[in-house]
Write a protein that binds this ligand. Structure first.
Ligand code: SF4
Ligand code: FES
Length: 252
């Protein structure tokens, strides 16, 4: 089915509607070991996002369609999926920007993590890597009796990597991660960067030793898929390079 934008008559102030076909990858291990594609043609509006189309399918056509979402505003990171072959947050992509008049929009689960059902993957391997890099402030000595002060320049040093929402769009777009899933992956390194370059933190040596592992930063091949995928605009590849440089400076 071929959809066309702006084909429906509108009156002043009315948002124009258009037809869109969503081709969704379905998988239900209770019914079959095989995944399959399912198409739904919907009437949507210029303000609708891919998440709205998934809601429409679930609420009006097939309640069994399974996907994660929470905030619907690009904050919680729970609805990362492959949309037209690129990792995106379904709540941040407008349908009209995907040229629905040119053909179906494909929606699949992110790659490299086991699919549980439809668009839901098992995030545990992803969070296991995240936990390993110790994503918390490490300090020694007595509890401070006043704030741990930091200059604006020191705060700026790791500002970019504080923006991570742990959506896994970067890690699951990385071909190195796809190969065996053992690589720590970009998101874990981004979150290590956030503490390695924090002037108040005292766990840098430990974190760098962890990432010096054979499945650590040296497996990055600077492919840039991660940077391209990040919905927060984090310079992921740059952060990985900075962690590599910190490691070289310490000469592990
Ligand atoms: S770095 Fe970006 S893409 Fe990766 S998990 Fe964080 S927010 Fe998502
Ligand atoms: S639903 Fe929270 S980021 Fe999309």
């Amino acid at each position: 089915m071929t959809a066309t934008l702006d084909t429906q008559e509108t009156t002043a102030g009315e948002i124009p509607s258009f037809e869109v076909t969503l081709k969704v990858r379905r998988f239900n291990p209770e019914q079959s070991d095989e995944a399959f594609w399912e198409e739904h043609t919907l009437t949507m509006y210029g303000t609708d996002r891919v998440l709205d189309a998934l809601h429409k399918i679930k609420w009006d056509h097939d309640g069994s369609l399974t996907f994660r979402r929470s905030c619907a505003h690009g904050i919680c990171g729970s609805d990362a999926m492959r949309i037209n072959g690129r990792n995106r947050l379904a709540c941040k992509v407008l349908l009209k920007d995907l040229n629905p008049e040119k053909g179906p929009i494909t929606v699949e689960p992110i790659k490299g993590l086991p699919v549980i059902k439809d668009l839901v993957v098992d995030m545990e391997p992803f969070f296991a890597s995240y936990r390993e890099i110790m994503p918390f402030l490490v300090t020694a000595g007595n509890q401070p009796s006043k704030e741990r002060l930091q200059s604006p320049e020191q705060r700026e040093r790791y500002d970019d990597t504080t923006k991570c929402i742990l959506c896994a769009a970067c890690t699951s777009s990385c071909p190195v991660f796809w190969t065996d899933g053992q690589y720590f992956g970009p998101a874990a390194i981004v979150n290590a960067h956030r503490f390695i370059f924090d002037s108040r933190d005292e766990g840098t040596t430990q974190r760098l030793e962890i990432l010096n592992d054979k499945e650590g930063v040296w497996r990055c091949r600077t492919i840039f898929n991660c940077t391209e995928a990040c919905p927060r605009g984090i310079e992921v590849t740059k952060a990985i390079q900075e962690v590599k440089q910190a490691m070289i400076r310490r000469a592990f």
